[in-house]
Design a protein around this ligand. Structure first.
Ligand SMILES: C[S@@+](CC[C@H](N)C(=O)[O-])C[C@H]1O[C@@H](n2cnc3c(N)ncnc32)[C@H](O)[C@@H]1O
Length: 210
């Protein structure tokens, strides 16, 4: 019998929850050029599981991934932990790939939207995830996903400032999980409730005070 190159949904969920699914197996869901850059640009499974848990996915919370790429954080969170996920992503091709992966996995609690920070309204969400989305702007071409969007230091500064402003507007009680930072500061009305070391990066959980 021919088997798909990645685990089917039930098996995937089971193995995510059991901690036995490897990143390469999950990444086989994606076109090869996107799977090949996974270790640099997409959240590793173990970190995505932990971040989704910290953000309360298991309690059914609604979580936004700002800069969702091919949707790996949202898909792993939805399948492995639970909750509702929205990923916003500036590159249309990545949004398309993320939507196709969600269809393949038959995940209905995940939505991918094409857009940038100007289209974000945090009042819709209980939790926010950030995996260093803006760093490409301050890197050379070999550290770019592609050249289909404008990347510059000015844009980096604008996006970091816009994210800080969005966090300030979020509702009290909002949780924010950050892997590898986002370039900005923690607003004064957030407290850091978790800080953990994962692989080569730091995972933090901030909570907006009531
Ligand atoms: C490091 S990847 C993280 C992908 C995903 N969050 C994950 O963890 O698997 C950052 C993504 O953010 C996107 N991005 C960067 N700046 C953005 C912006 N201003 N608006 C929307 N997406 C953005 C990039 O296109 C890239 O796909």
């Amino acid at each position: 019998m021919n088997r798909p190159p990645f685990p089917v949904r039930g098996e995937l969920t089971y193995r995510l929850q059991a901690g036995t699914l490897g990143d390469a197996e999950f990444d086989a869901l994606y076109p090869s050029e996107v799977a090949a850059i996974s270790s640099k640009f997409w959240t590793p499974i173990e970190v995505a599981m932990r971040a989704a848990e910290l953000l309360g996915g298991a309690d059914g919370r609604k979580i936004l991934d700002i800069g969702a790429g091919v949707g790996k954080f949202c898909l792993v969170g939805a399948a492995g932990v639970g909750g509702t996920y929205v990923g916003i992503e500036q590159r249309p091709r990545l949004v398309q790939i993320a939507r196709e992966a969600a269809q393949t996995l038959k995940l209905r609690s995940v939505e991918f939207r094409e857009g940038d920070l100007s289209s974000v309204d945090l009042r819709e969400f209980d939790g926010i995830y950030l995996f260093n989305p803006f760093e490409e702007n301050v890197r050379g071409p070999k550290d770019h996903i592609d050249e289909t969007v404008p990347l510059s230091i000015d844009r980096y500064l604008e996006d970091v400032a816009a994210t800080e402003a969005l966090l300030e507007q979020a509702a009290p009680g909002t949780h924010v999980a950050i892997y590898h930072g986002f370039g900005g500061r923690r607003p004064a009305d957030y407290v850091k409730v978790v800080e953990e070391r994962w692989r080569y990066g730091r995972l933090e959980l901030w909570k907006k005070q009531q």
